[in-house]
Design a protein around this ligand. Structure first.
Ligand SMILES: [Zn+2]
Length: 172
């Protein structure tokens, strides 16, 4: 899935309790991709601004990415790492940190929305290299329903919040 959809899904699915939780879930929803792509994107921008032009272009080939991107991508897109962190945080706080589930949900969505050709999801890393051959999120069959479902989820949330407010008001 694209990074903005991940952030929006994280927020609406696991950040509805309070405002701070929303932004935490929004950020954690985007985190696996931020972790892997912030540095190479910044490097490309610096190279562009230092007058090298866009000779590098946009990278559509996996082979064009430096090795550390794959390592960071594997760490962020592993359900093994996610589960270990989620349980670790749970033990430390003595209660689960719900916005963190946005990270796990990111990985879950990516498993099915990346084809084997472009960053398939290494969700069993480091134990297994198995990757599912899904359908790319850029495909209209995925992308259009995704936008519609996001709009529906946020619409329902806004509607239920309004209803809550009205009910509280009437209860006074
Ligand atoms: Zn991702």
């Amino acid at each position: 899935m694209d990074i903005l959809s991940h952030a929006l899904w994280g927020g609406v699915a696991f950040g509805r309790a309070k405002k701070r939780d929303f932004w935490a879930a929004f950020t954690l929803g985007a985190a696996p991709d931020l972790l892997a792509f912030t540095v190479p994107s910044a490097a490309r921008l610096v190279s562009y601004m230092s007058g090298n032009g866009l000779t590098e272009g946009f990278r559509h080939n996996m082979a064009d990415f430096p090795q550390y991107v794959f390592t960071l991508y594997s760490i962020g897109h592993s359900l093994v790492i996610f589960t270990a962190v989620f349980v670790g945080v749970w033990l430390l706080r003595k209660k689960p940190y719900i916005p963190l589930l946005a990270w796990g949900f990111h990985v879950f969505l990516d498993i099915f929305t990346h084809s084997i050709d472009f960053f398939p999801t290494p969700f069993l890393w480091p134990f297994s290299d198995y990757r599912f051959n899904g359908l790319s999120w850029g495909h209209p069959i995925i992308f259009i329903p995704n936008v519609l479902l996001l709009a529906l989820a946020y619409g329902l949330w806004a509607w239920s919040r309004r209803k809550d407010k009205v009910m509280r008001f009437e209860g006074d």
